[in-house]
Write a protein of this length. Structure first.
Length: 259
């Protein structure tokens, strides 16, 4: 993150996988944000142990907040808590990372599967961005900020996937049908485009990033990309984003992916 000034960040889905590694690398950067919010559905649960250990190690930087992206009230409460801790400062970086998947083939896909995945993967990022928008706007209005100036523009990053690309679908479908996951992330791409248009007036950049096929609980053991490398690449790309990247879908190495 050396190329971008980032004093505050929020990562959703931070208890494991890519989210946990993003928080770790932000906290261990040479010039880390002074306040890193790690959003987690159940901070007291056993699946949050690694995040709690990380927050304890970097207690001056990392704050765990309860944030269930499928629960509007949880999102509102998290925004209120973050606002109190920001104490008049803005939010420079929002990474909508929380995501879920279910068995993907047509025979295994029902209404509940579709709805549950859409709620977390598409509706959740919309509601999180909406409720944290005042803090992003505050960051955009602070001295030294400006659209198109690397290192100053507030960012919303939606973690998407190559599997969301309609153009690439003929190449990727057979290896990963994943109806609900693909459709929810394609909808997230449209959300990214819409928010990019909406936020032009505010000086906020919104970009979708494909983290690669990553060796996590969701990606599985056969995935070729290590989570450390994915997070490092994503943060490198994030550090270079300006207004010209708003509304785009990029991969973790900075290449553009067609819709």
């Amino acid at each position: 993150m050396a190329a971008r000034r980032c004093d505050s960040a929020l990562v959703t889905g931070a208890n494991r996988g890519i989210g946990l590694e993003l928080v770790r690398q932000l906290a261990e950067a040479p010039r880390p944000p002074s306040l890193i919010f790690a959003g987690c559905r159940d901070p007291a649960g056993p699946r949050a142990k690694d995040l709690k250990d990380l927050a304890e190690k970097h207690s001056n930087l990392v704050t765990i907040i309860r944030l269930d992206t499928s629960d509007p009230e949880s999102i509102r409460q998290a925004a209120g808590e973050a606002g109190s801790r920001l104490a008049g400062r803005g939010l420079d970086l929002l990474i909508n990372n929380a995501g879920v998947n279910t068995p993907g083939q047509l025979r295994d896909t029902g209404m509940k599967d579709m709805v549950d995945v859409f709620v977390t993967n598409t509706v959740g990022p919309l509601l999180v961005t909406k409720d944290f928008l005042p803090y992003l706007q505050r960051a955009a209005s602070q001295p030294g900020s400006g659209v198109g100036v690397a290192g100053t523009t507030p960012l919303v990053i939606n973690v998407s996937t190559l599997l969301s690309s309609m153009e690439k679908c003929p190449e990727t479908f057979s290896m990963a049908p994943m109806y609900s996951y693909r459709a929810s992330k394609a909808a997230l791409n449209m959300l990214t485009r819409c928010l990019a248009e909406e936020f032009k007036k505010d000086g906020i950049v919104v970009t979708a990033i494909h983290p690669g096929w990553v060796k996590t609980d969701m990606g599985g053991p056969k995935a070729p990309v290590a989570v450390v490398d994915s997070a490092k690449g994503m943060l490198r790309v994030i550090s270079t984003l300006t207004d010209k990247h708003s509304g785009m879908l990029l991969d973790w190495e900075g290449s553009s992916i067609p819709w």
